[in-house]
Design a protein around this ligand. Structure first.
Ligand code: SAH
Length: 352
């Protein structure tokens, strides 16, 4: 059965015509699915009973199933999904500090979604790669996660999407970009492109391709080390795309798009968080016109012997960058009590 989320509006219009139904119903079907969160054709009350029946025979609306949901005291919620072939993926909703303007108590949430089942990149600090790679997610499976997250938010709205769950978005470029277009589309989830972040471990051809898309999405680079020796150790992908090439590519991306690039840097105790590492980071990024650093105290991962440095060291590292004139943010740790770090929930589940 075909996943209806593989179709864009025009594609669905064509299918409706083929089924002998007026094409304007495509808009209302999109409205039911992406705006109202309806996953059952039977509930699409403005469509005729016969069309509803025909659609249900022709299409499925959701391809993934929610297996578990854990909510943290801070309203972070982690979802574990089962794909139709029994692979598992996870996604998280994270409350943002900011309240929505003029909406009283309503909060804004970020959805963190996966692009692949498993991951081939085997970064030394990330649980996602520990079980190896399974497969790319389809566009429909990526959109399914957004569907569940949007409907899982209570007391607020899903306003932002980040591709920072499991997998490498640029290793599944076409499905990710196609999903992004629907997430962004006014007839789809209608989330502004500037509120959608693609995070990459540094796949240069992906960055080059994104620069040519007509899309204002945010780009994050998982950097985590400012010298090739350490970065290759932490992130084997660095052997293929070393720092000088990566930074050159980012410079070209900035020049072409005029958009800021965010460099993610996990602070790991005794590995990359000393003052010399901070200085190396400054010299690597100085001269990039629109760059920002997002520091992330590492989530504790006993399996990989990864832990965060002391608070004082985190603050000192941040200070070094700020003093050198870099724009820096420090990511707040959230969802620690529910293992919301990358890959942790799936790992636990599969180890049971
Ligand atoms: N492959 C892409 C998308 C995955 S996002 C990429 O590499 O960017 C990966 C992000 O997960 C990292 O940048 C980091 O923000 C987070 N992450 C992974 N392991 C972590 C850990 N132990 N502690 C904190 N954050 C972690």
């Amino acid at each position: 059965m075909q996943d209806i989320k593989e179709l864009d509006l025009k594609g669905l219009e064509e299918r409706l015509l083929f089924l002998g139904a007026p094409k304007y119903h495509a808009r209302s079907i999109f409205d039911w699915i992406y705006r109202k969160g309806v996953s059952d054709f039977g509930k699409m009350s403005n469509l005729s009973a016969s069309l509803r029946k025909e659609l249900a025979e022709e299409f499925k609306i959701l391809g993934i199933r929610e297996l578990s949901r854990q909510e943290s005291a801070d309203k972070t919620a982690k979802f574990l999904f089962r794909l139709e072939d029994s692979n598992l993926v996870e996604a998280v909703i994270i409350p943002m500090k900011r309240r929505l303007q003029g909406s009283g108590d309503s909060r804004s949430f970020t959805g963190c979604i996966s692009s692949q089942a498993g991951c081939k990149f085997a970064c030394g600090f990330c649980a996602s790669g520990m079980k190896g790679f399974r497969r790319n997610l389809t566009r429909g499976e990526i959109l399914d996660q957004v569907f569940y997250l949007k409907n899982g938010v209570s007391g607020g709205n899903l306003t932002n999407i980040v591709f920072m769950g499991t997998g490498e978005p640029f290793d599944n470029y076409d499905n990710v970009l196609s999903a992004v277009r629907l997430i962004n589309s006014p007839s789809g989830f209608n989330i502004g492109a500037r509120r959608i972040t693609i995070s990459t471990c540094g796949i240069i051809p992906g960055i080059e391709k994104l620069a040519k898309e007509d899309l204002q999405v945010e780009l994050s680079i998982s950097l985590h080390a400012a010298d090739d020796k350490l970065r290759s150790k932490l992130m084997p992908v660095n052997k293929k795309y070393p720092l000088a090439d990566l930074i050159r590519c980012c410079r070209e991306y900035i020049a072409k798009t005029n958009r800021q690039v965010t460099f993610e840097y996990i602070l790991i105790k005794d590995i990359n968080s000393d003052p010399a590492s901070a200085r190396r980071l400054v010299s690597l990024l100085k001269g990039l016109r629109l760059a920002k650093v997002n520091l992330i105290p590492a989530n504790f991962l006993p399996e990989l012997k990864i832990e965060s440095p002391e608070r004082l060291q985190v603050n000192f590292f941040k200070e070094c960058l700020t003093e050198a004139g870099l724009e820096v943010t420090l990511r707040k740790e959230r969802g620690q009590d529910i293992d919301a770090a990358c890959g942790q929930l799936r790992l636990k589940y599969e180890n049971c």
